[in-house]
Design a protein around this ligand. Structure first.
Ligand code: AMP
Length: 283
């Protein structure tokens, strides 16, 4: 396994693999690797000759009052996890190499970037789309692995690929959860033991809502879920929305496949989660 810190060097290595016929899988991460990331790495290894894991806490996707500086960066542990999981290259660029002082190009995916999390995190998805586009070009990836946990991000990247004709194909990967149901996240390290216990309820509520969605009216499903969230108790609800699975537009009574997506604050930590919901088919 090689750790590459330089953008030009990574691109040169990746293009030479491409030329010799290797298929490259890219797993973009911000580090503090956990079982969720490892599941993406394992999938990439199954489908590709070479796996590149990028570890980059991307400054341009954080707002001024967000956790960019305190985001966990356990570099040595991350390198060890990648080594154990047979990663070929870790790409770990410096901020000034990815975004030098004269950097000026940003990608916006209109409509999708301005809803749900985009309403609370201005410029977040432009930051994500921009860094991901750069990573696609640097890594020459045939496939890139993204978690369904960040469902809106996944949809935005899919649209970016379609609109800008990137050759990279996206492989969506299921959400890895703790035994309590809490979706594993690098930010879970901010939670106290008590907050972690509370957080386990998020998925419980989502699962119950998915069950209700099969047969009940949409507004009832949403109202019941919101009441349950208020009882857990969460500190603040950014949003709890049932949206169309395919384009994230608001679901209505005719929607057959939806996603219940939520962003809630437990103490001072913002957690996102979602579950796919389908209507019961009529016999
Ligand atoms: P992050 O390092 O949080 O930016 O995440 C990097 C990638 O890992 C993203 O595609 C995430 O959706 C994915 N990911 C994060 N947590 C999980 C999880 N619990 N299960 C599956 N994928 C995840």
């Amino acid at each position: 396994m090689k750790v590459i810190k330089n953008v030009a060097q990574m691109q040169k290595i990746a293009s030479s693999h491409l030329k010799s016929g290797d298929e490259i899988g890219l797993v973009p991460t911000m580090g503090a690797l956990h079982e969720g990331h490892i599941s993406l790495i394992s999938q990439s290894e199954k489908n590709n000759d070479i796996t590149i894991v990028s570890i980059f806490v991307n400054p341009i996707q954080f707002g001024p009052n967000e956790d960019y500086l305190k985001y966990p960066r356990p570099i040595l542990k991350d390198i060890e996890i990648c080594r154990k999981n047979h990663v070929d290259y870790i790409f770990m660029p410096l901020v000034e190499n990815m975004f030098p002082a004269n950097y000026e190009t940003f990608i916006e995916v209109k409509t999708l970037q301005d809803i749900l999390c985009g309403l609370f995190r201005t410029n977040h998805f432009a930051g994500v789309a921009t860094v991901v586009a750069k990573l696609f070009n640097i890594s020459c990836a045939e496939r890139a692995y993204f978690g369904i946990k960040d469902f809106q991000q996944l949809k935005i990247i899919e649209k970016l690929i379609k609109d800008l004709n990137f050759r990279t194909k996206i492989v969506p990967c299921s959400i890895v959860r703790e035994r309590s149901g809490l979706a594993i996240s690098s930010r879970n390290s901010y939670l106290s033991v008590e907050e972690k216990n509370i957080s386990g309820n998020i998925y419980k509520i989502l699962k119950e809502a998915a069950e209700d969605f099969k047969t009940k009216d949409l507004n009832v499903v949403k109202r019941d879920a919101v009441n349950k969230f208020k009882k857990i108790p969460v500190s603040k609800i950014d949003y709890t929305e049932i949206v169309n699975f395919y384009d994230l537009s608001p679901a209505d009574k005719n929607t057959k496949k939806a996603v219940f997506t939520v962003a809630v604050w437990i103490g001072k930590t913002r957690l996102i989660d979602n579950t796919v919901m389908t209507k019961q088919s009529k016999l």
